[in-house]
Design a binder for this molecule. Structure first.
Ligand code: BDR
Ligand code: CA
Length: 317
């Protein structure tokens, strides 16, 4: 199988880093560019972490382009309480050897999608600010990708950042609204936090397996998710820490891992009390679907992909 040409938009915190590793080191992805945005951490930190993660993935040829440093209309409220002050578990990682590349993320999204129509798969792991800003310039942006996969939303209204909202949509709900207005279900798939909570939880046994693999990549994944593990224990009550961005990346690389999905009309709430909550309209009289929602993913398929990537075993071609 030819590796999938990818453009990845990320606010690189500790789980984005694992997603970048899957894309860059599984043998399934061919990352053409990474764009960064403010979200989990401020923009310069997200960019630094993306560069560092690509080094660990052995993908130092991939250009990294910083983008928007704040949401469309709101101040940035980061998730450093979850991912650590440095977004990578505060374990004292060294600085990356490279710097970011010239060219604003929004220009890169527009330019690469125009130069390679229908070829690139866009994977977003962050607030949708860069994508919305590009859509304001060109409403046909999404149609020029082969497919667009977004880690976004909590379609069951069980949130992580608030009672009912998922961080990426909550952080910039106006950007999410712009993306939803331009989306079509044949082009755009969202993988919400519900999937992460059900099918991507690293249990104590999984964490031990990761440690036992013992490669630099496995050690990297284990160490940087230290603060997320604490947060998950205290806030979510899950049987371990969850990996939202990696399971979204796994769906992009291996769509066959999806076991349940639906096509439905989705909007986003912008008011203060319900900020970022998804409004999933399943009435017969609902507007036509604008999204495909992945609802369940093969947990074993996802974890085998993760462990194999950490072990350095490339996926079969
Ligand atoms: C999303 O927010 C961040 O914490 C993760 O990186 C992921 O993109 C999950 O809600
Ligand atoms: Ca992220």
């Amino acid at each position: 199988m030819t590796p999938l040409p990818l453009l990845i938009d990320t606010d690189t915190g500790s789980d984005d880093a694992v997603a970048l590793l899957l894309a860059g080191a599984s043998g399934l992805g061919d990352i053409r560019a990474v764009t960064t945005v403010a979200g989990n951490v401020p923009l310069p930190t997200a960019t630094r972490n993306a560069l560092l993660s690509l080094e660990v993935a052995g993908a130092t040829h991939v250009p990294v382009h910083p983008g928007c440093e704040r949401p469309m209309t709101r101040p940035l409220i980061s998730a450093q309480n979850v991912h650590g002050e440095d977004g990578m578990g505060d374990v004292g990682l060294p600085d990356p050897v490279r710097s970011s590349d010239p060219g604003h993320a929004v220009e890169v999204l527009l330019d690469l999608s125009r130069r390679h129509p229908g070829e690139l798969t866009l994977v977003t792991l962050a607030p949708l600010t860069n994508i919305a800003a590009a859509l304001l310039r060109d409403r046909d942006l999404l149609s020029r990708f082969r497919h667009v996969y977004c880690m976004a939303g909590a379609p069951d209204a069980r949130g992580n950042v608030s009672a009912t909202a998922e961080f990426n949509v909550w952080a910039d709900p106006e950007a999410a609204r712009i993306v939803l207005e331009a989306a079509t279900p044949d082009k755009v798939t969202w993988i919400g936090w519900d999937v992460s909570r059900k099918d991507a939880v690293m249990t104590p046994a999984d964490q031990e397996r990761l440690e036992a693999i013992g490669t630099p990549r496995a050690e990297f994944v284990h160490r940087i998710n230290r603060t997320v593990a604490e947060w998950a224990r205290e806030v979510t009550g899950l049987a371990g820490y969850d990996l939202p961005d990696p399971i979204a990346m796994a769906v992009a690389l291996r769509p066959d891992l999806v076991t349940e999905s639906e096509q439905v009309h989705v909007d986003v709430a912008l008011g203060d009390e319900v900020r970022g909550q998804l409004i999933v309209d399943r009435r017969l009289s609902a507007p036509p679907p604008n999204l495909t929602l992945a609802r369940r993913v093969s947990e074993s398929g996802f974890k085998e992909l993760l462990f194999a990537t950490c072990a350095g075993a490339l996926q079969p071609a």
